[in-house]
Design a protein around this ligand. Sequence first.
Ligand code: NAD
Length: 509
Amino acid sequence: MTGTSLPTTDELRERALAALSRVGVTPEDGSDFHARTPITGEDLFGLAAAGEADAEEAVAAAHEAFLTWRTTPAPRRGELVRRLGELLREHKSDLADLITIEAGKIRSEALGEVQEMIDICDFALGLSRQLYGRTIASERPGHRLAETWHPLGVVGVISAFNFPAAVWSWNTAVALACGDTVVWKPSELTPLISLACDRLVARAAGDVGAPRDVHRLLLGDRAVGERLVDDPRVALVSATGSTRMGREVGPRVAARFGRSLLELGGNNAAVVTPSADLDLTVQGVVFAAAGTAGQRCTTLRRLIVHRDIADTLVERLTAAYRKLPIGNPFDETTLVGPLISPKALDGMQGALDRVQAQGGKVLVGGNRRLAGQAPEAAYAEPVIIRVGEQNDVVREETFAPILYVMTYDTLDEAIALHNDVPQGLSSSIFTRDQQEAELFLSSAGSDCGIANVNIGTSGAEIGGAFGGEKETGGGRESGSDSWKAYMRSATNTINYSSELALAQNVSFL
Ligand code: NAD
C-alpha cells in the first residue's frame, strides 16, 4: 500500500477484519447498510442496523446499569476508564487502521485521534477523584450550604463521521467517570470503529467488574438516533454533527425537558496581521485548512489577511498547496486523503461554482484526483480561492478543503468580518503584536468558543473545554469543567443548630 497507488477494496477489507479480530470483534453479517471505505469508495461488508426493539432493549439495559453504576464510588468508576485507556494503548494501531479505512484519515492523524482517546481516559481517571462541589457561606448561623454533584442517567451519544472515535471517547470516558451510562449511535459511515470501541469498553468492564451495560452500541442511520432523542430515559443527548442535525435534535430533546449538548458545524477563520511570522503562519494555515482533507469541524475555512501582506502570503500558500501529496492515506508521505463520499465532492464543486459566480477567483487546486484508479472515491486538490467581502457561500460551512481568502485594512474591520458568520466554533490570529493578540482574545474580539494565537484553528488538546457558540450549538465537551454537563447538582442546606431560622429573616409561626 505505498506510493500513489491505492490499495484494493479486498486488501482494505482484510485489513479491517484483521484489526477487528485483534480487538475481539467478528462483525455480524447483515443487509441493512454497508460499511464502506472512502479510500476506494466501495463497500466492505453488509451490517445489520438496530431496530426499534434493539433500541428499546439497549436503553432499558443502560438505564438498569445506571441504577448500580451511580452508587459505585467515583474513584472505582475511574478504574473502568483507566482499563479502557490501557486497552486503547494496546490496540492503538488497530483502531487507527479502522479510522483510516472508514473515514479516510491519513495515518498520523488516525493515530492522533486514538491518542486523543487515550488522553481523555487519563483525564477522566483523574476527574473521578475530583468531582468537586463548593461549600457556600450560609447567611444563617449554625447552617452549612453545599453543592453536591450526582450522576445524571443514560447519556445518548450521537456522533459524526469525521471524528468517529475521539468524540465518542470525550463523551464516554467523562460520562462513565461521572456515574452515567452511555448508549452510542455512531455515524452510519463509520460502524466498524464503533464496533471496536464498544468491544473494548465491554472488555474493560469485564476486567474491572463493572456492569456490561454501562455502554451499549446502536448501529444505524438517523432513525436510530431519533429514538435516543425522543426517549425520556435518556437524560442527556450529546449530539455531534451538522447544524442541520442540531436544529432537529435540540428542540425535540427540549420538548421533553431533556438535556442536550450540541457540537455542530463550524466556519472557522484566522486573521493574519502585518507583524505575523509568515513561516509559522504558512505551516499553521496549511495544516488547519488542508489537513484531514478539510473535514474537521475546526478546519480553517476563511483567511482574513491584512492587505499589505496578502499577495506575499497567498503566494507562499499556493506554492505549499501545489506540493501537497494527495492519495492513499496509508502511505506515510500522503498529507491529503479522500473526501468521505462523492456527495461531499459534489458539495465542494457546488460551493466553488457559486463562489466563482459571485466573483471569487480560484488561485490553486480544485481538480479531482485518482478518478481513473478509484471512480467511486472522491479525491480532490485542496483549494484556495480569493473572494470579495460580499459572498454568501463564505458564510456557510462546506465540509471540504476550500480556503476563502479575503483582505482587510484595520483590525476592527478584520474582527467584524471574522464574526460575521452564523457559526462560532474556532478562530485564530497570527500576529507578533501583543495588543492585536489581546484584542482578538478580548470580549470585543473573536466570538468563538475557541480562540488561538499563532496556531491554527484545528487540533485542540483534550484538557480544555471544546465547543462553540451561535449555530455551533453552545455545547462544551472534553476537559476543563465540561463534566458538569454530565451530572446534576443539588444545593444542600444543613441546619446543625437547634433553631429554625428562615432565609431572608422571614418570620413565620
Ligand atoms: P451529520 O449531521 O450528517 O450526522 C451526524 C450524526 O447525526 C450521525 O450519526 C447521523 O446519523 C445523526 N443524525 C442526523 N440527523 C439526525 C436526527 N434528525 N436525529 C438524530 N440523529 C441524527 O454530520 P456528519 O456529516 O456526520 O459530520 C459532519 C458535520 O459534523 C460537520 O458539520 C462538522 O462541522 C460537524 N462536527 C462538529 C463537531 C463539533 O465538535 N462541533 C465535531 C465533529 C463534526
